[in-house]
Structure formats: structure tokens, C-alpha cells
Ligand binder design. Structure first.
Ligand code: HEC
Ligand code: HEC
Length: 271
């Protein structure tokens, strides 16, 4: 934190102070409208402080958030709103609406699952940083959450007041497109049905809950990788990914969903 409450009090003429740090709001009205007169609030660099959260409260908020601003927003907002309550500044400075663009991955194109996109941003916010060490440590947590998502039968959380009952499916992928399509195959519902929306609301809740559980273990200094990349994918990467002989691709995900599936009819060349 680079700004003390006393610093803020000193600037009280240009700031509208609430009941405490958490209630801090900027007032650009009145005198502080001219260039150079704007209040200077220094937003601290990452990582921001984290306080252990209640995974169920976060999951329920994420479920509600999905119906407001979709999957990416649902996960991100559910965690940040709790941190706004628990910690206040700087979480109160985030424009949460920005994360609406995480809908269906990014801007509804169904690339990476939007719930995972929201989770990745929340995780990086509280664990990441510009330098190599915090960056890689944060990526390890994010990758563990992504691999949990692709390997687990989801949704594994049932909201307290659901609109419909939802069957589980295993995506084998971190992609919205694959995840939704596989669920449609298992459930027999259409990809633009109300039931599929409800399924993604449950997914949003499940991802938010799991993310907070992982962050809570991280806060206890007890984070461990629980969902490593499959042995098969690791062997593929051993010949094709960073540092390998061919080094002609990159991916930390299961390869089998796209390569060498019966529908895609590719054959690996004889090794
Ligand atoms: C022992 C090393 C090795 C392993 C393990 C391996 N590959 Fe390969 N792979 C190769 C070689 C060598 C080629 C041929 C490269 C070339 O012709 O340029 C190849 C080619 C490919 C191609 C191109 C196929 C084509 O039709 O030309 C794909 C896709 C691929 N591998 C994916 C995978 C996946 C997925 C896995 C894991 C299931 C995997 N590889 C495991 C060595 C390996
Ligand atoms: C989301 C689907 C998807 C996933 C997951 C995926 N790939 Fe690919 N991969 C592709 C596509 C599409 C191409 C381009 C194929 C082409 O141009 O013929 C490609 C290309 C490749 C190539 C180059 C093939 C060539 O002909 O030279 C290799 C090697 C490869 N992938 C390996 C992997 C490995 C290893 C993994 C897992 C670690 C993986 N892929 C995961 C879709 C995927």
C-alpha cells in the first residue's frame, strides 16, 4: 500500500472520504477539474493483498454475477466484491464492468472459457507481478486451475436456488467452444438454450469457488499443484514444446481433444 489514510486526509479537499478506507471514493467534481489539479491516487503494483474468503459465499455471488455480466465477470466480480468488503482500497478502484468482455472467453468468441479468464485475472491480481518469479509462481496456480477445469466433471457446485438441474461433463479442454459442445452432447440441450446458460452459471460458480479454495491454500503458504498435465501431454511436449528437439508448438493442455481423435483421423507419423 503506497497511500496511507493520513495522506488521503491531507488531500481531503479533493477527495470525498467515506467511513474508512473501504469507503474511499474519488470526487472529480468541484475544484479539481482543471488539468494538474486532479487528485493523484497511486494504485499499488501487484500483487495486491489477499484475505481468505468463504468459497460458498463467492460461488453464490458468482452465480448471480453470471446473470448480470456473464461468466468472466461472474468469477472476477464475485472475488473482487468480497475483497472490496474485506480490504477496500485498492479493490474499490477497479472498474468491474471491464470484465464483462470475458463473456464466452473474450467478446463471446468462445475461445478460452470465460470463467477461467476471470479466474486467471483474479489470481494474477493477488499473486502475480512483473518480475519473472511472481509471474511464474502465479502462472503455476492459474495453470493448476485450468487443468482442474479440463480434467474434472463439472459443474461440481450446485447453487442454492438453481433454475434447472444440470448434468456434469468433462471438457478435456480449457476452451469455451469445447466445453459447451461436450456438455451439449451429454445433456442433449442446445448451445443457446436457457439450460446451457444455467449450466454456464453453475460453471461460473464452480470456477469461482475452486479459485478461492486455491487462493486460500496459497494464503496459508500451502499451495501445491493438484492437477498436473497428463503424462501423455507431457510426453508430447517433450518432443514438440519448449526446449524439445522439434520445438514446433506450445500448449499446457491436453492435446488429445484436437489431435489424433477418431473424428479428426490424424495419424502420428511413425517415430
Ligand atoms: C518421441 C518424440 C515425439 C513424441 C513423444 C510425440 N511426437 Fe509428434 N511428432 C514427432 C515427430 C518427429 C514428428 C514429425 C515431424 C515432422 O515431420 O516435421 C511429429 C509430428 C507431429 C504432428 C504433425 C502430424 C502430421 O500429420 O504431420 C503432430 C500434430 C504431433 N506430432 C502431435 C503430437 C502429439 C499430440 C503427441 C502426444 C500424443 C506427440 N506428437 C508426441 C515426434 C514426437
Ligand atoms: C484446441 C485444439 C488443439 C490443442 C488442444 C492442441 N493442438 Fe496442436 N494444433 C492444433 C491445430 C488446429 C494445429 C494446426 C494444424 C494444421 O495446420 O494442420 C495444430 C498444430 C500442431 C503441431 C504442428 C503440426 C504440423 O503439422 O506441423 C503440433 C506439433 C502440435 N499441434 C502439437 C500439439 C501438442 C503437443 C499439443 C498438446 C500439448 C497440442 N498440439 C494441443 C490444434 C490443437
Amino acid at each position: 500500500m503506497t497511500l496511507s489514510r493520513r495522506d488521503l486526509m491531507k488531500n481531503a479537499g479533493t477527495l470525498a472520504l467515506g467511513t474508512g478506507f473501504a469507503g474511499l471514493t474519488l470526487s472529480l467534481a468541484g475544484k479539481a477539474t482543471g488539468a494538474g489539479e486532479q487528485p493523484q491516487i497511486k494504485i499499488p503494483d501487484l500483487p495486491w493483498p489477499y484475505k481468505k474468503l468463504d468459497p460458498i459465499a463467492v460461488a453464490e455471488e458468482a452465480y448471480r454475477g453470471y446473470y448480470k455480466g456473464a461468466c468472466g465477470y461472474g468469477v472476477f466480480e464475485s472475488i473482487i466484491i468480497q475483497l472490496q468488503k474485506e480490504i477496500g482500497f485498492p479493490y474499490t478502484m477497479l472498474p468491474l464492468t471491464l470484465f464483462v468482455v470475458g463473456q464466452g472467453g473474450v467478446a463471446d468468441v468462445a475461445s478460452v472459457c470465460g470463467a477461467l479468464n476471470g479466474a486467471a485475472h483474479a489470481i494474477f491480481l493477488v499473486t502475480g507481478g512483473m518480475d519473472k518469479k511472481p509471474r511464474e509462481a502465479s502462472y503455476a496456480i492459474i495453470q493448476d486451475v485450468f487443468l482442474w477445469y479440463e480434467q474434472t466433471a463439472l459443474p461440481d457446485y450446485r447453487p442454492k436456488a438453481p433454475k434447472y438441474e444440470i448434468v456434469k461433463s468433462i471438457s478435456g479442454s480449457n476452451l469455451c467452444h469445447v466445453s459447451v459442445s461436450k456438455w451439449c452432447k451429454v445433456s442433449k440441450f442446445k448451445s443457446f438454450s436457457k439450460e446451457r446458460s444455467e449450466r454456464c452459471a453453475w460453471i461460473t460458480a464452480a470456477v469461482a469457488k475452486h479459485t478461492v479454495e486455491v487462493l486460500n491454500t496459497y494464503a496459508d503458504g500451502a499451495f501445491k499443484i493438484t492437477h498436473p498435465l497428463s503424462a501423455v501431454a507431457q510426453s508430447c511436449r517433450g518432443c514438440h514444446d519448449k526446449g524439445s528437439k522439434l520445438e514446433n508448438t506450445r500448449a499446457v493442455t491436453d492435446c488429445g481433444g484436437c489431435h489424433f481423435t477418431p473424428t479428426m483421423k490424424q495419424e502420428h507419423p511413425k517415430l
